[in-house]
Design a binder for this molecule. Structure first.
Ligand SMILES: Cc1cc2nc3c(=O)[nH]c(=O)nc-3n(C[C@H](O)[C@H](O)[C@H](O)COP(=O)(O)OP(=O)(O)OC[C@H]3O[C@@H](n4cnc5c(N)ncnc54)[C@H](O)[C@@H]3O)c2cc1C
Length: 435
């Protein structure tokens, strides 16, 4: 996804752009071995879909015409969210419903449509079934990439003014830099130690009114996400913290967990679901940020984008949106035409990643062994509770919360004085409840 969006942006500045992928690229929405995570629930945050619409005018309508599920009601009907014991207010009118419009569709479906749009750009070519074996480098400048045809094993050099490493979790640029005298790459890590599972389902039309269902019960009980996808398919995902056992690996167990967490109306529809394929299970929720922005030396002619630069805990569903934000940052940097593109890009990307990383760390960091969380952490938990209480009662708070969660507004916007007053007022009416 990062590679497709980067290609779209690069096509504005270079005569020709080549997208190299190790997989054969299917001519219809289909799973690929190069993207093993595509069997898991994928959902763009709304900031991400807005960027898709900016980069590819008309794409969002095209997705809907092809079967994606759009939710853009003037209030929050069609969505059910519960955080702890707080259910989101769904009755009041949103000030800006378009910003929160969401599009439910599987990862292979969205990726296929984006790829088609990139393919239609006059100066972008795809080189499928080719393995990128690493950059080619001459005296501090990357001048191309070595690529191997996976069919006949022949290797050639693809010369380029700019190489964009968008190979995701498989990215090897850090090793390349260390092996070519640029030094080791400082990195940041978080290991939230969750496991989760995803099951694709078929549910007869009209059985569930809410198309986006989200339940977060903290660390002690499973989290749950249910999203309506194209052509009456749905994806159910359940996350469980490692301290509470392994994630379920079969649909009946997932259903039993859902019974404990979902309202009866949603559960009634879910009981009519037929599983499509096997449950996908993952225990890899670790986050890793390569701080290329902090390196003293970095070769010209090379940038890294997407998960290869920073992979986040997938449970937060931010990766594709971060890739889209980085594509825009790359466009800005290319537009400036200043010197040292890599450093300018990595600095711009770091500005986007840092607040998201900090918010995730606050959520994901475990308590120090044998001791309670530090006071700062407990205060932020208390503040989150106060926001939850207010969000259950006041649509303005709910909307701001969702805007922050969907990366439209920075987390600091939750501390706006007017909003704080509304949060205080809502909390004066007593502790929160689930309606
Ligand atoms: C289980 C899971 C669930 C997730 N859920 C969500 C979600 O709900 N919402 C969300 O926004 N994000 C989610 N993500 C994150 C999301 O998948 C990524 O952040 C997003 O796809 C951007 O990654 P990318 O483009 O950098 O890499 P990828 O999407 O992984 O793509 C990497 C590409 O590089 C190719 N490739 C790899 N190595 C080579 C090579 N040597 N040569 C040639 N080609 C190569 C692969 O074939 C592939 O096409 C999830 C991630 C995981 C693991």
């Amino acid at each position: 996804m990062a590679g497709l969006l980067a290609a779209r942006v690069a096509s504005e500045f270079y005569d020709s752009v080549t997208v190299v992928d190790r997989d054969r690229l299917p001519d219809h929405p289909a799973h690929r071995s190069g993207v093993p995570q595509d069997r898991h629930l994928h959902n763009f945050l709304t900031r991400g879909t807005t960027i898709l619409g900016e980069l590819f005018p008309g794409l969002l309508d095209e997705l809907v015409a092809a079967g994606a599920v759009r939710i853009d009601n003037p209030n929050l009907s069609g969505r059910y969210a519960r955080i702890g014991r707080f259910e989101m207010n769904r009755t009041g009118k949103l000030a800006d419903p378009r910003a929160l419009a969401s599009y439910g569709a599987s990862r292979p479906f969205v990726e296929f449509h984006v790829r088609q749009r990139v393919d239609r750009l006059g100066n972008v070519a795809f080189l499928a079934h080719h393995e990128a074996a690493g950059p080619v480098h001459d005296r501090g400048v990357v001048t191309g990439a070595r690529i191997t045809n996976r069919h006949n094993k022949l290797t050639q050099i693809l010369h380029a003014d700019l190489v964009i490493d968008a190979t995701g979790r498989a990215a090897r640029t850090a090793e390349f830099l260390a092996g070519h005298g640029f030094g080791s790459v400082p990195d940041k890590r978080l290991d939230p130690a969750w496991g989760y599972c995803s099951q694709l389902l078929r549910i007869p039309p009209g059985r569930i009114a809410d198309k986006l269902v989200f339940v977060n019960q903290g660390r002690a009980a499973p989290g749950l996400l249910l999203v309506a996808y194209e052509h009456d398919t749905w994806m159910l995902a359940i996350a469980r913290h490692g301290d509470c056992g392994a994630p379920p690996a079969d649909f009946p167990t997932m259903l039993a967990i859902a019974e404990q967490a979902l309202p009866p109306a949603i559960m009634a529809g879910l009981r009519d679901a037929t599983p499509a394929g096997d449950v996908a299970v993952s225990r890899d929720t670790g986050a890793l940020w390569h701080r290329y922005d902090r390196m003293a030396r970095f070769p010209a002619g090379l940038v890294v984008i997407g998960d290869g630069l920073c992979r986040l805990n997938p449970l937060h569903g931010q990766g594709m949106t971060m890739a889209a934000l980085q594509a825009l940052a790359l466009r800005d940097c290319l537009q400036d035409r200043g010197a040292d593109l890599p450093h300018r890009f990595f600095r711009a990307a770091a500005t986007q990643i840092a607040p998201v990383w900090a918010a995730n760390a606050a959520n994901d960091r475990p308590a120090p062994a044998g001791r309670p969380h530090p006071i700062r952490h407990r205060l932020s938990r208390w503040a989150a509770d106060a926001v939850g209480t207010a969000a259950a009662r006041d649509i303005a708070v709910t909307e701001r919360f969702l805007r922050v969660r969907n990366l439209i507004d920075p987390p600091a916007r939750l501390r706006d004085p007017v909003l704080l007053a509304r949060i205080a007022l809502a909390n004066l009416r007593g502790p929160g409840f689930a309606s």
